[in-house]
Design a protein around this ligand. Structure first.
Ligand code: Z5A
Length: 208
């Protein structure tokens, strides 16, 4: 595989979608081929799993372990059918969330045994690892407000979790970034869209 794999992480409303679109446009303007994808989703089956996972009417129907397995199933499908082939063709893959989300949302947020999360990750992902992970760090309260304003007040199944859940998620991300400083670039999500765009661009061009 000789492509380049970039993932974006952060809690709700931190600005991933905004920045992914801008980065892809800038890379394409330089003649690069870019695949943008997302988790959960990104494939026919993955998008069906995404709908299940986000449907607020399933609030009490999905156990924590089922949730973990559904995120993993969506990831397995995405890796095999889209990410690995694109990397093999030498493309740049930008993925909105990847396994770090599982560590913080299911491992910390849902308090599932980390050994189980790690084992499942090993099975699903194998040796595939992002070359670069952009973490947009944002206060949980502000992120929820942003998500609410974007979706005209309607929150999905996971977005309906408590503030404490999202604070655990935020702190979990910061811990992961501390453990792998060579992979993570942490950026203050409170900065303006343009300021974040510039930091990301400077970080990415450094890699090529
Ligand atoms: N999840 C999980 O639990 N386990 C897993 O393994 C995986 C995922 C892979 C996916 O939701 C959910 O699945 C997510 C984690 C869980 N759950 N939650 N909750 P998603 O992908 O649909 O949603 P999201 O990842 O939380 O992102 P989002 O809400 O779509 O937000 P975003 O993409 O990070 O931000 P945005 O859409 O670019 O911006 C949000 C708003 O803020 C919008 O109005 C922007 O104009 C505004 N914005 C953006 N940047 C700025 C700045 N810099 N300043 C001010 N305003 C800004």
């Amino acid at each position: 595989m000789n492509g380049y794999f970039i993932t974006f992480e952060g809690s709700e409303g931190c600005g991933k979608t905004t920045q992914i679109e801008a980065l892809a446009k800038a890379l394409e303007a330089q003649g690069k081929t870019v695949l943008i994808t997302r988790e959960p989703g990104g494939t026919l089956i993955g998008e069906k799993i995404r709908n299940l996972l986000q449907d607020p009417s399933h609030k009490n129907d999905i156990s924590d372990m089922t949730e973990l397995l559904l995120f993993s199933a969506s990831r397995a499908e995405l890796i095999t059918s889209r990410i690995q082939p694109a990397l093999a063709r030498g493309e740049i893959v930008i993925c909105d969330r990847f396994y770090d989300s599982t560590f913080v949302y299911q491992g910390l947020g849902r308090a599932i045994d980390m050994n189980i999360v790690e084992q499942l990750n090993q099975i699903t992902v194998g040796t595939l690892k992002p070359d670069l992970t952009i973490l947009l760090d944002l206060d949980a309260k502000i992120g929820i407000e942003r998500a609410k304003s974007r979706q005209s007040g309607e929150l999905d199944r996971i977005e309906n979790e408590s503030l404490a859940f999202f604070e655990a998620v935020r702190n979990g991300y910061l811990e992961l970034a501390k453990k792998e400083p060579e992979r993570f670039k942490t950026i203050d999500g409170l900065l303006s869209v343009d300021a974040i765009k510039k930091i990301i661009w400077d970080t990415v061009v450094d890699q090529f």
